[in-house]
Design a protein around this ligand. Structure first.
Ligand code: N01
Length: 536
């Protein structure tokens, strides 16, 4: 038991952290540095979060390995050797496990434990946290390191449980792996997870039917082994490399040309796209500075990719079905290894379920309005209740017993994506309203862990028991997030950024675009004595 600040109510821990993925681990590390006690609860039976659960075939990061890693320890940064330009899931999971061991973080983590409720006691300024394992602990602060893409979305098709074969979700893949040899497989969904797994599953199984509701833009990943020279080049200037990336809008090196797509000749523009297509990766969107702001600029990139799809896919009807109509990058751009090529295989069939919707899951497979399909295995690559799902699925009660899910029923409202009115001493790591999914997630979780731990240290040093976002500050931040989103093309299609992949979810653009501006704002708020927060 601890008794913080030498005064106040005794608590089991100073801080409870929910989740032990990239965010939870660095949070624990930072909390230990400031000398407070913490316990992290993690649902999985291992650490790793996203990279623990998403073990589907072909799972790979779309941010380059040298950037998608922690920077809190210069030694770790120098010691670890990434083997590929874009790391595959097993390598990232090995890295996260290495970090947990190297910094002795496991002693503060309780695995295989799901937090079920968290209730704030206003009089004593403390949280009581309960788990599905019967734990009931108190803490001054609660930090939700629950991940932005961790609450699986499995559409509630009629008959969903009647399927006699095996049902899988890409975001909750079995640890022992899945053998598709000789199997007839159906897969629903063509987002990043579907696009990565389809070519690999197609290669293994007897037959694959892909159920596509919306065609998606994807660029070749251009993955390849990293050479020692490439690694050493970055390692020699790691701090400068990180600092330069942190000044960009996405906090990631997109190698932007800094010019408008409409300011160059048609030939020059196509050459730029061609070069980036050849090199591979999401830097494709760095080709021109206005691709996510100007429809005409965006149309030039979209048409380039449409042409590529038509040139790769041999059957013109299939190519037409795979060709997206909307804005490129509006749904998160995918990067793939042989996705469009997979549709040239004789064992892959594409079904357009926008034209012929799925009406039910059956014992043998599924039925669309006009046809029946049979398989042995059905894969849901149907994504996540993004950004809010992992939070609202826990019964979190703030002041006066108010439920977070109710407070956010019209969409999430936060101050800086790190706190929300009515829920004192609750911190969100990369919550809605922060750059989160529109940035490189690892630096973003590190920035939040650093900010939150400094805040807890400052409160302790001043003998302050509670911190809560002020309604005005929250309103103006939410307004600002929306205003920025409104200057971009992001709100112009249906994406999980807007919650529109989950039936009934309010349509609100959730992430904040502008990593560098955001970091500056967070630092300013702290420097001004936590401006916009009430300290009690
Ligand atoms: O999920 P998604 P995801 N009937 O929501 C379809 C990150 N990530 O797991 O577009 C039929 O993108 C849905 O159709 P539609 C990355 O940030 C990164 O693939 O809504 N179909 C869509 O095709 C990514 O953006 C990496 O019409 C239904 C698909 O399911 C995010 O995670 C790899 C349906 C869901 O796509 C989520 O990606 C993987 C229904 N009822 C993931 N409901 C990398 O780093 C949904 N769909 C590379």
């Amino acid at each position: 038991m601890t008794n913080e600040n030498g005064k106040g109510t005794a608590t089991d821990f100073d801080v409870v952290v929910v989740g032990a993925g990239f965010a939870g681990l660095v949070m624990l590390y930072r909390l230990r540095q400031i000398g407070v006690t913490a316990r992290a609860y993690e649902t999985g039976n291992g650490v790793g979060g996203t990279w623990f659960w998403n073990r589907y075939p072909g799972a790979r990061c779309d941010v380059e390995s040298m950037e998608y890693s922690y920077q809190f320890s210069p030694e770790l940064q120098q010691e670890w050797n990434w083997t590929e330009r874009y790391s595959a899931q097993p390598e990232i999971l090995r890295y996260i496990n290495h970090v947990a061991d190297r910094f002795d973080l496991r002693r503060d983590i309780q695995l295989s434990t799901r937090v079920t409720t968290a209730t704030y006691d206003e009089g004593n300024a403390l949280w009581t946290v309960e788990t599905d394992r019967g734990d009931r602990v108190t803490a001054r602060f609660l930090v939700m390191a629950t991940g932005c893409l961790s609450a699986a979305n499995t559409p509630n098709f009629p008959g969903r449980d009647s399927f006699a074969g095996r049902s899988l979700h890409t975001g909750a893949w079995p640890q022992e792996g899945v053998d598709f040899t000789g199997k007839r497989v159906g897969i629903i969904g063509t987002g990043s997870s579907g696009i990565q797994s389809i070519p690999v599953i197609a290669d293994e199984c007897a037959h694959l039917t892909v159920f596509q509701r919306t065609p998606n833009f994807s660029v070749p990943a251009g993955n390849r082994p990293l050479t020692v020279a490439e690694r050493d080049r970055v390692k020699a200037v790691y701090p400068e490399f990180r600092a330069a990336n942190s000044l960009t809008p996405f906090g990631v090196n997109f190698d932007s040309t800094g010019i408008s797509a409409l300011a160059v000749s048609d030939d020059a523009r196509v050459n730029e796209y061609e070069e980036r297509w050849e090199k591979g990766g999401l830097r494709f969107l760095g080709a021109f500075v206005d691709l996510m702001f100007d429809r005409d600029a965006n149309a030039t990139a979209a048409e380039f990719v449409r042409d590529k799809i038509r040139s790769i896919v041999k059957d013109p009807e299939v190519a037409a079905m795979l060709t997206p109509k909307d804005v490129i990058g509006c749904k998160r751009l995918c990067s793939d290894t042989g996705y469009f090529e997979a549709f040239n295989r004789p064992n892959v069939k594409l079904v357009d379920v926008a034209a012929d919707p799925i009406v039910e899951i059956t014992k043998d497979g599924l039925r669309t309005q006009t046809r029946a399909f049979e398989f042995d295995t059905l894969v849901y690559a149907t994504g996540f209740d993004a950004m809010t799902g992992a939070l609202t699925r826990i019964d979190i009660r703030g002041k006066g017993g108010a439920k977070l899910a109710d407070a956010w029923s019209a969409g999430p409202r936060t101050y800086l994506g790190v706190a929300t009115v009515g829920f004192p001493n609750l911190f969100l790591v990369t919550g809605p309203g922060s750059p989160s999914v529109l940035s490189n997630m690892v630096p973003s979780v590190e920035q939040h862990a650093q900010w939150i731990s400094s805040c807890i240290r400052d409160l302790r040093d001043r003998g302050t028991r509670s911190i809560e976002a002020q309604p005005d500050a929250q309103d103006s931040w939410v307004g600002h997030v929306n205003e920025v989103a409104g200057t971009t093309l992001y709100p112009q299609c249906n994406s999980w950024y807007l919650g529109s992949n989950v039936p009934g979810k309010p349509r609100v653009f959730m992430p904040y675009l502008g990593y560098a501006t955001y970091v500056e704002k967070c630092n300013e708020v702290a420097a001004n004595g936590y401006e916009g927060f009430t300290l009690g």
